[in-house]
Structure formats: structure tokens, C-alpha cells
Design a protein around this ligand. Sequence first.
Ligand code: ATP
Ligand code: MG
Length: 207
Amino acid sequence: MRATTRLGIMGGTFDPLHLGHLVTAEEALVQFNLDRVVFMPAGRPARKTDEDVTPAEHRYLMTVIGTAANPDFEVSRMEIDRPGVTYTVDTLNALRDVHGPHAELFFITGADAVWDIVGWKDAERFSGLATFIAATRPGYDLDAARNVHAEELARIDIHFIEVPALAISSTDIRRRVAERRPIRYLVPEAVAAYIQKYRLYREARQT
Ligand code: ATP
Ligand code: MG
């Protein structure tokens, strides 16, 4: 047995969970030899407060049923049970407290989202807390990002992984449902059934 646990954390709104999230988590699990990946649905996401976000319990349950078949995936209620706006740095500190020094934390995110999370103003607060694994979507210009975000890169430990052919987004899924277009093969089957059962996303939103 290894002395330390390598814990992946996949944060997100998961409104809804889709195959892009699952492929990214699986790729991170294998490439970084993680013991497990914990999906962490956000309570009130810091960057989405103005938007209309589906109630946390629906997003949590879709994440549970969509990850249930994978023995290396689990879902945490930590953020949805915490009142107020969610900040990733607080979550990582809380996980540090829970798991102690024997866990190594790997925060998995999309490359586009990582710079919103680790803004140059607070990159310092993340340093030493976790390793970042950022998935690049098709068309992402890594060299340009390295230039623009040089300050953050100097402070945080970040690795980029390529997740092929995954232009899937929750925004597109919601829009498809509102327009009565198919979402089959974009989300897990159980998630598609859940969306239909509770009639989620049937009205078009701003975002
Ligand atoms: P929305 O369109 O509502 O913003 P989303 O598809 O980006 O939703 P989130 O729940 O915001 O999904 O994303 C959770 C995390 O997964 C973020 O770090 C995001 O960058 C990443 N992510 C989302 N879609 C993909 C994808 N297709 N491939 C790789 N990473 C993704
Ligand atoms: Mg997003």
C-alpha cells in the first residue's frame, strides 16, 4: 500500500454532468495514477451567481447517477451543503484538513476555467495546496495561455492534458433540451432519463 492517497477533485456546476467531464476525469485518473476522483458539484458557484442555476439537489443527483458505474469515481456533498458562494481555495483547504498530510490533492478543471479559478491576484493562496490538471479542449491555444498567464504559472503547479474531440458543454446540452434536440451520446443515459423525468432545461435561458 502507498503511504499517500492521490486524490483527484473535479469541481464544476454539473448542470448537467456530461461525457466531457467523465472523459476528463478518467484521463486524469490514469495519467496521474490517482486513487480516485471526487466530483464536487458547486453550491452557489462563485462565477455563476447571476445566472439561473438548477437546484443543487438535481445537479448532485445527476452527478451521482452519471458516475455510479465507475468504481474510481465518487461524489461529495461538501460544497452543496456549505452555505454561501463556493470558492475553490476554501474547498481545497477543507479537503486538506479532512485528509491530513497523507493525501495529495489534484484539482482537475478545463483549461479555460482554470484561469478564472486561479486568478493572478490569489495564485499565491493556491501554491502548495494542490496540483492542477487542466484539460485542453479543441482549439485551445496553450502557448498563448502560457504567455498571458505567466504570473500564475510561476506560482502554481499546473499540468495540461489533452482531451480529444470534446467540445461538449453543459450550456449546449441545456440549449438542446430547450430546442427539443437530442442529447443522447452526449450525457450518460441515466442523466438523459433524469432530465426527461424532471423536465429540466425545457425553457430557454439567457446562458
Ligand atoms: P457550462 O457550459 O454551464 O459552463 P461546462 O460544460 O463548462 O458547463 P462545468 O460544470 O462548468 O461544465 O465544468 C466543470 C469543469 O469541467 C470545468 O473545469 C470545465 O472547464 C470542465 N469541462 C467542461 N466541459 C469539458 C469538456 N468537454 N472537456 C474537458 N473539460 C470540460
Ligand atoms: Mg463551464
